[in-house]
Ligand binder design. Structure first.
Ligand code: ADP
Ligand code: MG
Length: 706
């Protein structure tokens, strides 16, 4: 709140000074002044330049000291070498907010990096809000503030946009002008030395002029703060984002399976999913969604009705709906009867409603009216191909008229170009989004529905199991004291047991006699696994033998397994684990977590087996996980049908898998020193699950809590 108060000086200043204002056309210091004037900014404008005189009819103030004390906003366009001094002088007169347009900071290397740190520290010390450096500036259309050097002034509207990339700002501004898309706020974040996307989300969620928030991000500094801000924002309004610049998943060499599976991209994806941010691939999709969100009401359900004058495009729309979360609305009998009354008998009366190529505007209008009235229809797509029979502009007016009164989302798709451009303009002015292709229209409607669902979802329930963390702590401390950075299966099992995770009966045997004893007490068949702190991938060194069903074989296996292990350099062999053979009839899955530097522990889930890494069929969520999260995780992998059972197979026990995931989440939260964790495989059964292999990677020792 306090922050938002401060942001007022940035977004809604009473006066703006332009430091480094210039008389020379084309210079940044000139463009900013002329944009402020052109946008009709009503507050005071103070161009500042040591040469004095006049710029665009405004009297120039010759030094910062000549500005009023407690100035709201200063836009800095001076050369890099003068930025620090300007900031200090602005701070001295009690300036509340600055925009540093000047470039040459972090983005150019070491020297720039230190300069940027210095600038940020001056602003922090004096509680000056700071945007940039290396940015384009900002626009607030509500008060005519255009403090940018970009060409063209954005139209007023209800879309807020912020971007890390200034070039993208310029491109979007231009594209929006062409499409007649209007903005409430437009912010170029630049290097984000102080203000970043998290601050924008906090500010814009309460901004009465903003209906939809759009953002372009390359990287996020404080992932957890971003996540919280996003969760709060998406409850209020849709947040649509483009995220670029992630390194390929698994680029870093990782010691665990989970580590190799999850890259930074997965953490971002999880953060977006868990905070309800709608992620789009590019600018075009972003506009498509923004148009729908800024103009259309919230749908009350997933049922889409398509009214079209052409068969093929109608099928394309239905196909797109099939791939989305939407349904093709089943029309009521009454609706079909009403359609029958005026549609030619070769028309398709069921959804998509094809009123065929010879339809005129009045047939279009009547059909729309009838389907909109059907309570089974939650949203409508008016889909037109410019046939010779149809007056496209009359159809546009009819669609606009229906959309204005019906209270349901109505969008249009007028295919073609030259014949439909006038109609598109009519729809645009009537605030009905008009798309070029059915896919985009359906994608936008789908986003409306998903966001409505998101807002309705129950609050996440955090799960906390009773567990013997004390014992787990002891195990970890002992491992750390010995300098281990990995806990392999025989060490990790104790942690699992402390958390009540189901593990097969396991006994560590130092000799083949001990092994024989152990097997007798467990009961054949058994599994023999090498026990060495240095060997974490046991089968890679021939360290796992499954299905041993008599003592003779067991003794032989013990010898061969330990002999093979002794050939591994630097491996200290403690003996072998004798383990209960997991019953038949399982499906193997894996579960694990990896700590992301920005977002914290990312829990992963997927089907086990050798092809996992090739298929990358995994789901991920950031810990702490809720019941809802784990429910989604197990269901969203592509191989979900395998878990549900194919050809008469019974489904696996989903609750048991969800329990494993929730426990993993808790281990991750309880033990920050566990860097990565890998349960692979977990045997999933129709009743229960068994973690038959586990491995923890410890990170650098963290500061001990007192
Ligand atoms: P690694 O260190 O090579 O990952 P695992 O303990 O995962 O060793 O064992 C390798 C494979 O052996 C597993 O993927 C699983 O298919 C099988 N396996 C391991 N333990 C058992 C068990 N207790 N019961 C049945 N099969 C097992
Ligand atoms: Mg394994």
């Amino acid at each position: 709140m306090e922050r938002n108060d401060q942001l007022k000086a940035l977004f809604d200043p009473q006066a703006v000074a332009v430091i480094g204002a210039s008389r020379t056309q084309g210079k940044v210091g000139h463009l900013v002044v002329s944009n402020l004037l052109a946008a009709g900014y009503q507050g005071k404008i103070f161009p500042v330049n040591p040469h004095g005189g006049e710029i665009l009819g405004l009297t120039v103030t010759s030094s910062i000291e000549g500005l009023p004390r407690g100035l709201d906003l200063a836009v800095i366009c001076v050369p890099r070498a003068e930025v620090i001094e300007s900031l200090e002088r602005l701070a001295a007169i009690g300036t509340r907010a600055v925009v540093i347009i000047t470039a040459g900071f972090k983005e150019v290397g070491r020297k720039g990096y230190y300069l940027e740190e210095e600038a940020a520290s001056i602003c922090r010390r004096h509680s000056m809000i700071m945007l940039g450096p290396n940015c384009l500036g900002l626009v607030n259309t509500a008060n005519g503030l255009n403090a940018t050097f970009a060409a063209g002034n954005p139209e007023k509207g209800s879309i807020a946009f912020f971007s890390q990339s200034g070039a993208l700002c310029i491109a979007i501004l231009d594209a929006a002008l062409g499409k007649g898309i209007g903005f409430s706020k437009f912010v170029s974040l630049g290097n984000k030395a102080a203000l970043d996307e998290t601050d924008m989300l906090r500010a814009l969620k309460d901004d009465p002029d903003t209906k939809v928030i759009l953002g372009y991000v390359e990287n996020i500094n404080d992932g957890q703060a971003f996540l919280r801000a996003a969760q709060e924002a998406t409850i209020e309004k849709p947040v649509i984002m483009i995220k670029s610049g992630t390194t390929p998943a698994g680029a870093r060499a990782a010691s665990s399976h989970t580590g190799a599976m999850a890259g930074a991209e997965d953490a971002y994806q999880a953060a977006f999913t868990q905070s309800g941010i709608i992620r789009v691939r590019g600018v075009e999709d972003m506009f498509h969604l923004a148009m729908a969100f800024s103009t259309q009401p919230t749908p009350t359900g997933p049922n889409l009705c398509v009214v079209t004058n052409s068969g093929g495009p109608g099928i394309l729309a239905a196909d797109a709906a099939e791939r989305s979360k939407l349904n093709m609305a089943p029309l009521r009998g009454q609706t079909v009867d009403q359609l029958k009354e005026f549609l030619p008998n070769y028309a398709a009366l069921y959804n998509p409603v094809d009123i065929i190529g010879d339809a005129d505007a009045s047939r279009f209008s009547k059909a729309l009216e009838v389907v909109i009235a059907d309570p089974m229809v939650h949203m409508v797509l008016a889909l037109l191909t410019p046939t010779p029979a149809v007056d496209v502009e009359a159809v546009a007016r009819a669609v606009a008229a229906q959309a204005a009164v019906c209270g349901k989302p109505v969008v249009a798709c007028f295919m073609g170009e030259s014949k439909v451009s006038g109609a598109r303009e009519i729809l645009r002015r009537a605030h009905v989004p008009c798309y070029n292709y059915p896919d985009s229209a359906v994608m936008a409607l789908d986003a409306l529905f998903r966001h409505a669902e998101w807002k309705k979802r129950p609050l996440p329930v955090e799960i906390c199991y009773m567990s013997n963390t004390f014992h787990a702590r002891d195990v970890l401390d002992r491992a750390k004291a010995k300098g281990f950075t990995e806990l392999v299966e025989f060490q990790a099992q104790d942690v699992l047991k402390a958390y009540g995770l189901p593990v097969p009966k396991t006994i560590l045997a130092r000799t083949s006699d001990e092994a024989a004893q152990a097997a007798k007490s467990i009961g054949y068949p058994v599994v023999l696994k090498i026990a060495s702190p240095q060997i974490s991938h046991k089968s890679d060194v021939g360290g796992v033998v499954v299905g041993i069903d008599n003592e003779e074989d067991l003794r032989k296996a013990f010898l061969s397994v330990t002999n093979r292990a002794k050939r591994v350099k630097e491996a200290y062999v403690m003996g072998c684990l004798v383990q209960e053979m997991a019953p038949k009839g399982s499906r193997e899955v894996f579960a694990g977590f990896k700590r992301d530097p920005q977002f914290g522990p990312l829990v992963l889930f997927g089907l086990g087996g050798v092809y996992v890494e090739v298929l990358r069929d995994v789901s991920g969520r950031l810990a702490p996980l809720s019941l809802l999260d784990v429910g989604e995780m197990v269901r969203e992998i592509k191989s979900y049908p395998i878990l549900r059972g194919v050809r008469g197979e019974p489904p696996v026990d989903f609750r048991a898998i969800e329990d494993v995931l929730l426990t993993l989440s808790q281990i991750a939260v309880d033990f920050p020193e566990i860097e990565e964790c890998d349960f692979n495989p977990v045997m999933a059964y129709p009743g229960g699950a068994l973690v038959v292999d586990a491995r923890f990677t410890l990170g650098k020792p963290v500061a001990e809590e007192s």
